[in-house]
Design a protein around this ligand. Structure first.
Ligand code: DX5
Ligand code: ZN
Length: 216
């Protein structure tokens, strides 16, 4: 189990320092990009993401909640350790979006909203590195975890079988529910308010990690 702290809940006026604070216990930095169309919110464009890179070592886990990932993904400066995740419900054709993102030299993730049947991503499992299962309706941090996610992760895990595809989960994760998603098969856990909403971020991350110990 690894953590990908979502910077959405960080202090945007102090973004790099906030990221540095969580870096020791982070596998990735989860960065939410929103276009005001795919989701009713606007958030963090390529210039912010690209300049944030300086002074940080951990890779970026860029979550595109946008209608046109093919058009905008190339504007992010990425390398082979970074990941760009797009939504299956976006307007671009998923096979094409996977190809175009792969061309950038980074890892590729596909995400799905809570209302999208998990079977919708099955045709892409041989082509992606990660599936990001949304456990809230995308668009805002601090929402309540949808418990139906646990069963969805189990079903996805079963279909993934021997493939090297990582399951990630995003939305409403806290120390009370993290064990249930890890037990079901999630390996990369995104958490925003459970980390940045706390005064001591490292203590909050340590608490999340400790809450999963029974599962490992
Ligand atoms: C929501 C974003 C999440 C969000 C999670 O649309 O994709 O990454 O930051 O925040 P919490 O953990 O507070 O639900
Ligand atoms: Zn996200």
């Amino acid at each position: 189990m690894n953590l990908s702290p979502s910077l959405l809940s960080a202090d945007f006026g102090n973004l790099r320092a906030e990221a540095r604070e969580v870096e020791p216990l982070a596998e990735y930095f989860h960065i939410d990009v929103m276009d005001g169309h795919f989701v009713p919110n606007l958030m963090i464009g390529p210039p912010v993401v690209n300049s944030l890179r300086r002074g940080l070592k951990k890779p970026f886990d860029i979550h595109l909640m946008i209608d046109y990932p093919i058009q905008y993904a190339p504007r992010f400066e990425v390398n082979s350790s970074d990941m760009i995740t797009f939504h299956i419900e976006a307007k671009d054709e998923p096979f094409r979006a996977i190809d175009e993102i792969r061309e950038l030299g980074c890892k590729v993730g596909i995400s799905l909203r809570p209302i999208t049947p998990v079977t919708a991503v099955f045709p892409y499992l041989d082509l992606v590195d990660l599936v990001l299962v949304m456990s809230v309706e995308p668009g805002f941090g601090g929402q309540a975890f949808m418990s139906a996610t646990v069963e969805r992760i189990g079903k996805l895990k079963n279909e993934i079988g021997d493939r090297k595809v990582i399951i990630s989960v995003d939305g409403g994760i806290n120390d009370k529910n993290i064990l249930s998603v890890v037990d079901a098969g999630a390996e990369l856990i995104v958490a925003g308010s459970a980390i940045f909403g706390q005064p001591d971020r490292i203590a909050a991350m340590t608490k999340l990690i400790a809450a999963t110990r029974q599962a490992q």
